[in-house]
Design a protein around this ligand. Structure first.
Ligand code: SF4
Ligand code: SF4
Length: 287
């Protein structure tokens, strides 16, 4: 596998606005499972990774995703029918996206939903190779290649030209997480549907709060691969940490959201909005 990521960040962005005619974009919204939220390219994380993010005070970067399902196990929560695992609402935890001023694929700068950790100026990942760098990002698009599923790199090539996926041989250690081990490891189930009625309603309306996400994040942190069991003690501790966490991400997310409504998009503003808050730097492409 060999990819050319310079000036791309396609898999870290929701760039549907740059491909209004691409029938295959918004791919997460087709098939049996349809996300309740309207954000493309969620980077999902495992229960271990959720705990590491919480340890690092980065709970504000995590969000929950639930699904509607056609023709499959479901449960009605807060008036919304959502996909279920053994009667419990099923969900993923992934990395938050926030509008940032980015100029991918040589386009003019514009506001696009971008991963909390993407430096809009260099279009590089601020946590690349670090303690919290998620497996889903470090191996991308290896699992897609192993499953013979289209990669985001190929989508970028199709819509914006250029060569992104240079060698499409799947890495020898590609190990798509499917099957029973995924439950509790990457796919979670909330043990008490009654407790999340309001949260599910707000997720479906695009109005979920930090506390709503924290509730699911804490269940994910208290889960273990291969089981639906959730440790109460771990849940309580994780929920507190998810709610109390404060890092450069929180201030930056709030400022980006505010600026997106008023400012011209300028990727260099990341130096103040993220850099001055303590966001880790990126090497730039020259290095
Ligand atoms: S963590 Fe880094 S590589 Fe992963 S989606 Fe976010 S910016 Fe992209
Ligand atoms: S879409 Fe592919 S080429 Fe573009 S940044 Fe992601 S992995 Fe790299």
């Amino acid at each position: 596998m060999e990819i050319d990521c310079e000036g791309c960040a396609g898999c870290c962005l929701d760039w549907r606005a740059l491909a209004p005619d691409d029938a295959d974009h918004g791919h997460e919204r087709r098939g049996r499972y349809r996300p309740l939220d309207d954000v493309d390219n969620l980077a999902p994380v495992s229960s271990d990774e959720v705990r590491t993010f919480l340890d690092e005070g980065l709970g504000g970067a995590l969000v929950a995703r639930l699904f509607r399902i056609d023709d499959g196990p479901s449960v009605t929560v807060g008036g919304v029918e959502v996909a279920a695992v053994r009667g419990r609402p099923a969900f993923l935890v992934g990395l938050r996206k926030v509008p940032k001023p980015v100029a991918p694929f040589g386009a003019e700068p514009r506001w696009l939903p971008s991963c909390a950790f993407l430096d809009p100026e260099t279009l590089q990942c601020r946590i690349h190779g670090g303690e919290v760098y998620p497996g889903t990002c470090s191996t991308y698009p290896g699992d897609n290649l192993a499953l013979d599923a289209e990669t985001e790199c190929e989508r970028v090539e199709r819509v914006h030209g250029g060569e992104r996926l240079i060698d499409d041989e799947p890495p020898a250690d590609a190990d798509p997480v499917l099957g029973p081990g995924a439950v509790g490891g990457r796919v979670f189930a909330h043990p008490e549907a009654d407790r999340v009625e309001g949260a599910v309603e707000r997720l479906a309306a695009g109005e979920a709060t930090r506390a709503d996400h924290a509730e699911f994040v804490a269940v994910a942190a208290a889960s273990a691969p291969g089981t639906l069991a959730v440790s109460d003690e771990r849940y309580e501790r994780a929920r507190e940490r998810a709610l109390d966490a404060e890092s450069w991400v929180d201030g930056a997310v709030a400022e980006w959201a505010e600026r997106a409504g008023t400012d011209e998009p300028d990727p260099a503003t990341a130096r103040t909005v993220e850099g001055e808050r303590g966001a880790p730097g990126t090497p730039g492409w020259d290095d």
